[in-house]
Design a protein around this ligand. Structure first.
Ligand SMILES: Nc1ncnc2c1ncn2[C@@H]1O[C@H](COP(=O)(O)OP(=O)(O)O)[C@@H](O)[C@H]1O
Ligand SMILES: [Mg+2]
Ligand SMILES: [Zn+2]
Length: 424
């Protein structure tokens, strides 16, 4: 960004709260812009650990997960140790073996150890494992797209559409007409637009041209027939709800306990701008990953609520979360929210292991593992472990120079940060 001839900053917020150019000009001018959220984060970067937290020590009272003899792709007989109940980041140049370590090493080994999978059914790439008894389940959140079905949307995937359709079926007019919950699904014959069959679009095929889609003329892309659209919940039709962003829905459904928490979880992980009805195959890899993470978090929240009603269920589950480059596509403001979420998971006693390149995420970790030194057969080794401060001092680490800058800044007393800003 520093070297760009011109920067255009869109905002001020996401989705319906954005869409305006809040700044255009060069980097220096951006630093002095008043309205830009980007500018705020550049002139006053996050300090780590965030919100005045203390880094959790990995020396005292720490249980470790140890996996020995990992061999897969470019990893040869590698041993890795992960402190449990901590925020752990795996970094290293592209091709150094991070994904291989996370998937074939940590995930496969732990999954087998806690009995979710038999060794014979997976390709075993490790020799020994210890410390997994402290983990109740392992959750690997990857960036694979969610399904190919264009009728799947974030809220159907998360199971929230059911509760929304329930609300519509309970309105006085729906009851009077005898419309049940299923009427408000765009898959149902009674409820959907007969011309586009609930797709909202019409597929056009012409000789020599690739298939393309046009908005359906009869429902104007709304997916439903006029009778269904006459039913309003708090003044909105079901089609209007599908066009809401997550942030709008969070507000709109704030009185409905079943929906309030899931929508606020989506906001917390930086998805406030997403439309409820956006087909999931059109989500980016990073968005798909965050939706999957949200699904896990919503399920965990539901279990937590259930537990509160059960007698004698004191044993809290301890989950090992494995995330692959979750911040791809996130603004610094969203990264901050995301880090806050990771930290809360760790506060609950879970372990979060993240593959990341972003210096703000690396600097937030309790423990960092760097793979390298190069890619492919030049990589596959652990070149440094420890706190971000310790890693920043390692001379042969390619990450160290970037990390040092942010670690030094984070450890400065507040006053000198202010002066530095005024001088810049
Ligand atoms: N399925 C595979 N088959 C063969 N080689 C692979 C496979 N997946 C990854 N590799 C190789 O293993 C090395 C490490 O890859 P990867 O773990 O994806 O690195 P990173 O995640 O650090 O970018 C690379 O040289 C890559 O080309
Ligand atoms: Mg990778
Ligand atoms: Zn239609």
């Amino acid at each position: 960004m520093k070297r760009a001839d011109k920067i255009v900053d869109l905002g001020p917020g996401a989705g319906s709260e954005g869409g305006q150019v809040v700044f255009q000009g060069n980097y220096q001018a951006l630093l002095h812009s008043q309205n830009s959220l980007t500018s705020q984060y550049l002139t006053k970067p996050m300090k780590h650990p965030w919100m005045g937290r203390k880094r959790r020590s990995c020396k005292k009272n720490t249980a470790w997960l140890k996996i020995e003899g990992i061999s897969s792709n470019n990893l040869h007989d590698l041993t890795v140790e992960i402190p449990l109940g901590r925020l752990v980041v795996i970094c290293g140049v592209s091709g150094s073996g991070k994904s291989t370590l996370l998937r074939d090493g940590i995930f496969m080994a732990v999954k087998e150890a806690i009995g979710k999978s038999h060794r014979s059914s997976i390709k075993g790439c490790w020799k020994r494992l210890s410390g997994a008894e402290a983990i109740s389940s392992v959750c690997f959140v990857d960036q694979m797209p969610i399904g190919k079905n264009s009728r799947s949307t974030p809220i159907t995937y998360l199971g929230l559409f059911d509760s929304i359709r329930d609300l519509f079926s309970q309105t006085p007019l729906a009851r009077q007409r005898g419309y049940t919950k299923s009427r408000f699904s765009y898959n149902s014959k009674e409820g959907r637009c007969p011309d586009c069959l609930g797709n909202g679009t019409i597929q056009i095929s012409m000789p020599l041209l690739p298939l393309f889609y046009l908005p359906c003329e009869s429902c104007e892309g709304k997916r439903y027939n006029p009778q269904t659209l006459e039913i309003l919940y708090k003044g909105k039709s079901i089609a209007e709800v599908l066009h809401m962003t997550v942030a709008e829905a969070c507000h709109f459904f704030s009185s409905i306990e079943k929906l309030r928490k899931p929508f606020s979880i989506l906001c917390e992980i930086g998805l406030s701008y997403l439309c409820l009805g956006q087909p999931t195959p059109t989500l980016s890899g990073g968005e798909a990953q965050r939706i999957k993470l949200a699904k896990e978090l919503i399920a965990m929240e539901q279990k937590r609520i259930q537990k509160m009603f059960e007698w004698g269920a004191q044993k809290e589950p301890k989950i090992l979360y494995l995330l692959e480059e979750p911040t791809i596509g996130l603004h610094l403001a969203d990264i901050e929210k995301f880090l806050h979420l990771c930290q809360s998971l760790v506060e609950y006693g879970h372990t979060v292991v993240i593959i990341e390149h972003h210096p703000d995420v690396i600097a937030e970790a309790d423990y960092v593992i760097e793979l390298g030194p190069g890619a492919g057969e030049e990589g596959g080794k652990i070149i440094g472990t420890g706190t971000p401060e310790a890693l920043a001092e390692i001379r042969h680490s390619p990450t160290a120079p970037f990390l040092k800058e942010i670690v030094d800044y984070s450890n400065q007393p507040l006053k000198s940060v202010k002066n530095q800003k005024e001088n810049s």
